[in-house]
Ligand binder design. Structure first.
Ligand SMILES: *Cc1c(COP(=O)(O)O)cnc(C)c1O
Length: 351
């Protein structure tokens, strides 16, 4: 039986994506060859890359000022690539410290220059999004994490930013309608809401590149990837293909707006139960609750074993919280059906 997969990442993908990517591994486009053994310079794979880059722009409603890249190295490599490309020699950047991943991004940026942490909720165990009204033009760029995968918080209103705006959207990309054109650079590890592990999406406004004055190692230089249409070196072909299939599924199911509606309904179902049921409690403040990752704890430890046994028996997978926080975390990514959330809620009611 297929499980109800609440895993935070790598995450659930639409069943048809598993089906179609399995077929492509055996025989891609009826070529008599696997997608894993054809050249990335072949016409069939170039079509995959071209369409993957195009569909991202369509879904995000972005024009040709932007370019779309599928890179290796995970979101973690972006923690270094962003400052390499955007932080001037002797420059400084503003960062929002809203969780572990944000803190990791800050750590990398500090290796290249001055970082001002202009808001932090670290002292309160990242239980809320630090409020920032405006970011000044004295910074080379501002970096924020749109959704904090571990703590279950999400930025609802982005600040007014008078410099370049950069966001790590790994865990809520394509999950809600936002004005993506307010951002100069967006990145996301595919494995949270877009595809399998192995590729990272970068959406970048071309005009911001080439201005840091730094000597940048070639692979770390966005401009090189832009010039080569995301084929600077052998791209992660399978991860790009499976991401394309996921994005096609999203587009065929009403795009981001429809996904957001489904995500709101799923999150409401679960948060309503947490609020109603005295046995459960969220980690974070209500106003910053994430639609994607619901981090919660059990208030009566003596019921923990019964709860754990019950959700496992119900076919639920991936509900344990991140090792740094404990408790539980239900990730409600785009491909998770509301029926799975109902199964979890029924288990919560039964304890
Ligand atoms: C998972 C995650 C990362 C790290 O992604 P990798 O692709 O494993 O490097 C970074 N940022 C956020 C918000 C994440 O959820």
């Amino acid at each position: 039986m297929k499980k109800h997969n609440f895993s935070a990442g790598p995450c659930i993908l639409p069943q048809e994506v598993f089906q179609k990517s399995a077929e492509a591994i055996l025989d891609f486009n009826g070529m008599g060859l696997s997608i894993l053994e054809i050249s990335h310079r072949s016409k069939d794979f170039i079509a995959v890359m071209d369409e993957a880059r195009a569909i991202v722009k369509r879904l995000m409603n972005l024009n040709d000022d932007y370019d779309v890249l599928f890179l290796g190295g995970g979101a973690s490599l972006q923690f270094a690539m962003v400052p390499f490309n955007l932080m001037k020699e002797n420059g400084k950047a503003a960062y929002l410290d809203s969780g572990n991943w944000a803190a990791n991004a800050i750590k990398e940026a500090k290796k290249l220059g001055t970082v001002d942490v202009i808001g932090s909720s670290k002292e309160e165990n990242y239980s809320f999004i630090p409020k920032i009204e405006e970011v000044g033009a004295e910074y080379d760029y501002f970096h924020c994490t749109s959704n904090n995968t571990i703590y279950g918080t999400q930025i609802k209103d982005f600040p007014k930013v008078n410099t370049l705006m950069v966001s790590d959207m790994s865990s809520d990309i394509f999950s809600r309608v936002i004005d993506y054109s307010k951002f100069d650079l967006i990145y996301a590890g595919a494995q949270k809401n877009m595809g399998p592990a192995g590729t990272t999406l970068v959406v970048v406004k071309k005009e911001i590149l080439g201005k840091s004055g730094r000597i940048i190692p070639s692979y770390l230089d966005y401009a090189q990837h832009v010039a080569k249409e995301s084929m600077f070196n052998t791209p992660p072909v399978f991860a790009v293909y499976a991401s394309l299939l996921t994005l096609q599924w999203l587009e065929n199911n009403g795009g981001i707006a429809a996904a957001e509606e489904r995500n709101i309904a799923k999150a409401k179902l679960l948060y309503d139960e947490i609020d109603r049921n005295p046995l459960f409690e969220c980690f974070c403040v209500p106003e910053d609750r994430s639609l994607m990752n619901v981090s919660f704890k059990i208030t009566d430890e003596s019921k923990k074993e019964a709860f754990d046994n019950a959700w496992k028996a119900a076919g639920i997978n991936g509900l344990n919280g991140h090792r740094s926080l404990g408790g539980y975390r239900a990730s409600l990514y785009n491909a998770l059906p509301i029926e799975s959330v109902q199964v979890l809620v029924d288990v919560m009611k039964s304890i």
